[in-house]
Write a protein of this length. Structure first.
Length: 359
């Protein structure tokens, strides 16, 4: 082994002892933090409550999410990521500072952490730089960026480095990422804004037009989780919601059924299936034959919508598998990259102005 390789190997080993390795799934709805040797240590909503008089952060995560739609004028509960990308740089920085501090609280080391961050596929260089800078500004020693569908595929142990095609659909809060992966790279991909948040908006709009009633985002989210389905369930489901009557302006209750929710989200679900078809249509035939044999893998919170795997399988004529614990796939993938960096460093996004990892 050449001398400089030996020095590099020992240096990597030494810095490994002196710093933490952290994987972050920076999601629109939830942010998860993986710590090498510890597993997933944080899973919090991507919400920050800010006091606008003083500019101070009041709460982050679950505590801040409870404040959504309930804040006095001087406190704003902000979602700093919209559509999977940084929409409010300063608030994102505050959130990352809080998360990294919390993750390192019991395991602080001499050097700043080495961080792998998951971002949506098709993210622009400017957006990538915003994520990198926000992470760097919070004490990270080195920051590596990985596309979320790639991280998710690694997280569910698909053979991404092999000469075999793997198809993954990651339905998150802000974006759905559809990707075909082979030989450590993304062969075809599409990122669209039809995801969990859009389905919530569909439900709010439907209740407003059909029931003449105004409801909040949290109510819509709870409805989607409790009775949302894309195929009729064996037994009908229903839930009672509270909101404001648009005619009288007074509070009232209404009973919503699974049929109502299905009608509300039908168009968005159809658009999502069409996007998956589009990606398949442009995929090389050898890889399509791999996907037909191996199937498509569903990850992200949207993978939990009842009946979605069956509807996709019926529409695409290929097997569809719902991954185990789909919401943590990206964070687990970031963690696996950190555990076996040499094997997976080829999947990371490299900026033109950046040196290769650990050179």
């Amino acid at each position: 082994m050449p001398k400089h390789h030996m020095i590099k190997k020992h240096w990597d080993k030494l810095t490994g002892y002196l710093s933490n390795d952290i994987g972050i799934d920076l999601g629109t709805a939830n942010t998860l933090v993986y710590m090498r040797g510890q597993g997933i240590v944080i899973n919090e909503p991507s919400v920050v409550a800010v006091n606008q008089k003083t500019g101070q952060v009041v709460a982050v995560g679950a505590q801040a999410k409870e404040m959504l739609g309930r804040t006095p004028p001087h406190i704003a509960a902000v979602k700093p990521l919209v559509g999977g990308v940084v929409s409010d740089f300063e608030v994102t920085e505050e959130m990352l500072a809080y998360l990294i501090r919390r993750a390192e609280a019991n395991f602080r080391k001499v050097l700043g952490p080495r961080v792998v961050v998951g971002v949506p596929s098709g993210i622009t260089n400017v957006e990538t730089r915003a994520v990198r800078d926000a992470t760097k500004n919070n004490g990270a020693r080195t920051v590596y960026i990985v596309e979320e569908p790639m991280a998710a595929a690694i997280g569910i142990r698909l053979p991404v480095n092999d000469a075999v095609g793997n198809m993954i659909v990651d339905i998150g809060g802000g974006t759905s990422d559809i990707a075909v992966i082979a030989l450590g790279g993304i062969v075809r991909s599409k990122s669209l804004k039809i995801a969990g948040d859009r389905l919530n908006e569909d439900i709010i709009s439907y209740i407003r037009s059909e029931f003449k009633m105004l409801t909040g985002e949290k109510t819509a989210e709870n409805l989607k989780i409790a009775i949302g389905s894309v195929l009729p369930p064996p037994t009908p489901l229903e839930a009672t919601i509270k909101g404001r009557d648009l005619v009288t302006g007074l509070p009232r209750e209404a009973t919503i059924t699974d049929t109502h929710v299905r009608e509300a989200i039908a168009l968005s679900v159809d658009n999502l299936i069409e996007a998956v078809k589009e990606v398949l249509e442009t995929t090389p035939p050898e890889i399509v034959s791999d996907v037909m044999g191996r199937g498509l893998y569903l990850v992200g919170g949207g993978a939990l919508i009842k009946g979605l795997p069956e509807l996709l399988a019926e529409s695409l004529k290929i097997p569809v598998h719902q991954a185990d614990d789909p919401m943590t796939a990206v964070a687990r993938g970031a963690g696996i990259i950190l555990e076996d960096f040499e094997r997976y460093k080829g999947v990371l996004i490299q900026n033109e102005d950046e040196l290769p990892p650990h050179s």
